[in-house]
Design a protein around this ligand. Sequence first.
Ligand code: AP5
Ligand code: ZN
Length: 218
Amino acid sequence: MRLILLGAPGAGKGTQAGFIKDKFNIPQISTGDMLRAAVKEGTQLGLAAKKIMDEGGLVSDDIIIGLVKDRLKQPDCANGYLFDGFPRTIPQADAMKEAGVAIDYVLEIDVPDSAIIERMSGRRVHPASGRTYHVKFNPPKTEGKDDVTGEELIQRDDDKEETVRKRLSVYHDQTEVLVDYYNKWAASGQPGAPKYRKIAGVGPVEQIRDSAFAALQD
Ligand code: AP5
Ligand code: ZN
């Protein structure tokens, strides 16, 4: 299984990626998680990315494309992969097409902007694994602690309301065009064209998981 999860910030890509990667036994390639790891390590990339991420902008296409191409060389990608938060621009999507990176499905998770701010403000994450919770909608078993390791959960620096609004506008300006891009490719009937599936992203997490699994079956 090789798929792209497409959706606005806070649509639930990371949450659903957790279920999908386990079901298909594939790695989750989250460019956001990779950048946050670089920030934590204090690498040159991390230092440059931090400012852009905190402002809600996009890191340059060349950097992101390089990161993903390197990641795809790892042996765990042989069985498939799940892209979460990538591609985010037409040049990123074109670069994957040109490199012959196969995609079976593009799965769009649709959530209206009005639901996003509340989701972001209550989000808590376990940085080491990328596991994601919400204080109200998807709480951990013990407040403030990761279910698996018991380690502290944190709030992301870019989950401030002002930054979330900026990220949403960047999504509409630069990423939403990919809905059309992949729909057209899917409809083209060209060899290697992916299937395009869209699911509603509002409702209980498990209900959305079941819609996602069903969408990836046909
Ligand atoms: P990234 O980490 O990719 O952030 P994002 O796309 O903005 O998406 P989020 O991680 O915020 O949301 P999500 O859809 O994963 O939702 P989640 O499951 O966590 O990118 C961060 C930054 O890195 C970017 O702004 C950019 O600067 C840079 N970057 C990354 N990739 C890049 C690229 N390719 N090119 C350039 N720059 C790049 O859920 C959100 C919350 O809602 C959680 O609390 C969750 O528990 C809760 N929730 C989930 N499902 C439900 C539900 N059904 N009902 C209620 N609550 C729910
Ligand atoms: Zn995410």
